[in-house]
Write a protein that binds this ligand. Structure first.
Ligand code: UN1
Length: 494
């Protein structure tokens, strides 16, 4: 009998007031992985009360000491990396090497934000008046509502929760309902490392119940959300009525440009890794390949050969290249897009089917799939598929390639493979995505640079890097006048 994974509120592991639970099965095998509590708006209320109370002391706890706790979080996570990675693979399917990378990303973020506890820099500036001191400081805001997706069960919570708490906020955390065990492990570590009661509260359950309660709660002034563009817009619409500060990370339709002078082996490796890693279920997945017609046939042949020989299976098997997708619904939606691509007249060069051979029939597997000869306006070249499907769009020039890359509603990541430094700089200048790679695929963001996208991908905020602190803090400008007399700015300084 699997354990029941519960909420963590005010420093205690507790059941939901609903008394109800739900289950998660392994997407590779169909076996039961975990039973979780199914929470309600009442549970969210208790969590908000705890977080509000904790805020009063946490905001005054010295930031370097908050950082030291995060340093311990990183160390403990490092010790438990293998366990967490294996559990993550069982829970959501990504292959074990990538699950280790997911945990490592959280470790990196812990160490990085630990150091931020000793910085949190503001500015000191001269004053226009004598005997007066000017400076600005970052202030925490209050209770942060953190809503995270299932595709990066540890990395994405770490991008949000670590900066939130190092800056002195407290948290109500709703993880994706499918990956709540990873969230429990994450919070266990915070507790073990010494995060005080009430600072981080975990509420497990569905978006309709728990997510809505967080987004509409008047005592949660900031919301950080990662998920679909449709849900993100609904989140910001609801939150706007309460004048909340909202950070959104949403969809992508990322493209790799391959120029005719590119190293085609390198480009092939980069595309396969970015298109089929995490079974294509990354916001940064390469779901378009924009290729110079001169090398189209060669590149597509290489991609198709390699994709067809990728090994599908349970991600715990180290020899597996591509794990299952996360759920039956996800599988259905991916299949739907493959049909759409065929109807639109793109050429299916490899894959295209749900994989059911042998043990694969127990899980949700989809063959790595490549469409060739698509046009830029086809739905499979415009819409996020979030599965192991990529679409090749041939072009005749760099100008046309850049136009195609920019010609979607999203703007998260893009890349260019070329040996021409001028072409690389043109791409850097003219592609309007939040992230751009030269001679690498579209995935592989490191935690000390800003992560996020333009247009329908985001709403102007960035995660990770120091940029994330702009979301989790409010500026306070402070003027200290030690002249002992009234000095009027703009007036007494002539
Ligand atoms: C996501 O897909 O939501 O750069 C995050 C990358 C990873 C993070 C992806 N480090 O693809």
């Amino acid at each position: 009998m699997a354990d029941i994974f519960r909420n963590y509120i005010n420093g205690k592991w507790v059941d939901s007031e609903s008394g109800q639970t739900y289950q998660r099965t392994n997407p590779a095998t169909g076996e039961l992985v975990a039973t979780y509590v199914k929470s309600t708006a009442k549970d969210v209320q208790v969590a908000v009360d705890a977080a509000r109370t904790a805020f009063e002391s946490w905001r005054l706890f010295p930031a370097p000491k908050r950082g030291e706790i995060l340093y311990r979080v990183g160390q403990i996570m490092l010790d438990k990396k293998e366990q967490f990675a294996r559990e993550m693979t069982e829970e959501m399917g990504k292959v074990i090497s990538e699950a280790r990378g997911d945990v490592q990303e959280a470790i990196d973020m812990a160490f990085y934000m630990a150091g931020e506890g000793r910085r949190l820099y503001g500015q000191t500036t001269p004053s226009e008046l004598p005997n007066k001191w000017n400076m600005s400081v970052r202030k925490p805001i209050g209770v942060a509502g953190i809503v995270t997706p299932w595709n990066f069960p540890m990395a994405i919570p770490s991008w949000k929760i670590f900066p939130a708490i190092v800056a002195g906020n407290t948290v109500v955390f709703k993880p994706a309902s499918m990956t709540a065990r990873s969230a429990v492990r994450f919070v266990e570590i915070l507790t073990e490392a010494g995060v005080p009661a009430g600072v981080v509260n975990l509420v497990i359950g569905g978006g309709g119940e728990v997510g809505d309660a967080i987004i509409n709660h008047p005592e949660i002034p900031l919301i950080s959300f990662t998920g679909s563009t449709e849900t993100g817009i609904a989140v910001s619409t609801a939150a706007a009525k309460l004048n909340k500060r909202v950070s959104l990370e949403m969809g992508g339709k990322n493209a790799v440009i391959v120029m005719d002078d590119a190293d085609l082996d390198l480009a092939t490796n980069g595309i396969l890794w970015s298109a089929f890693g995490t079974s294509g279920q990354r916001c940064t997945a390469a779901s378009r390949v924009v290729v110079d017609r001169n090398v189209q046939a060669t590149l597509v042949d290489r991609l198709a050969d390699r994709a067809a020989s990728m090994k599908l299976g349970d991600g715990l098997d180290e020899s597996v290249d591509v794990g299952p997708v996360v759920s039956g619904n996800q599988l259905k939606s991916i299949s739907g897009y493959v049909q759409i691509g065929q109807q639109e007249g793109a050429r299916l060069v490899t894959g295209g089917n749900i994989a059911t051979d042998g043990d694969l029939g127990r899980g949700y597997f989809h063959q790595p799939t490549i469409f060739d000869n698509a046009t830029a306006d086809m739905r499979i070249a415009q819409e996020e598929i979030f599965g192991p499907v990529t679409t090749v769009v041939p072009v005749d020039s760099l100008d046309e390639a850049i136009k195609v890359v920019n010609g979607v509603k999203y703007g998260l990541s893009a890349s260019i493979f070329t040996a021409d430094v001028n072409a690389a700089f043109r791409a850097m200048q003219d592609i309007f995505t939040g992230i751009l790679y030269v001679n690498a695929g579209t995935t592989g963001a490191e935690i000390h640079l800003p992560f996020g996208g333009t247009k329908a991908t985001g709403n102007g905020h960035r995660e990770a890097g120091t940029a994330t602190l702009d979301f989790f803090t409010e500026w306070q400008s402070i003027y200290v006048d030690y002249s002992g007399r009234l000095q009027r700015a703009q007036i007494d300084n002539q």
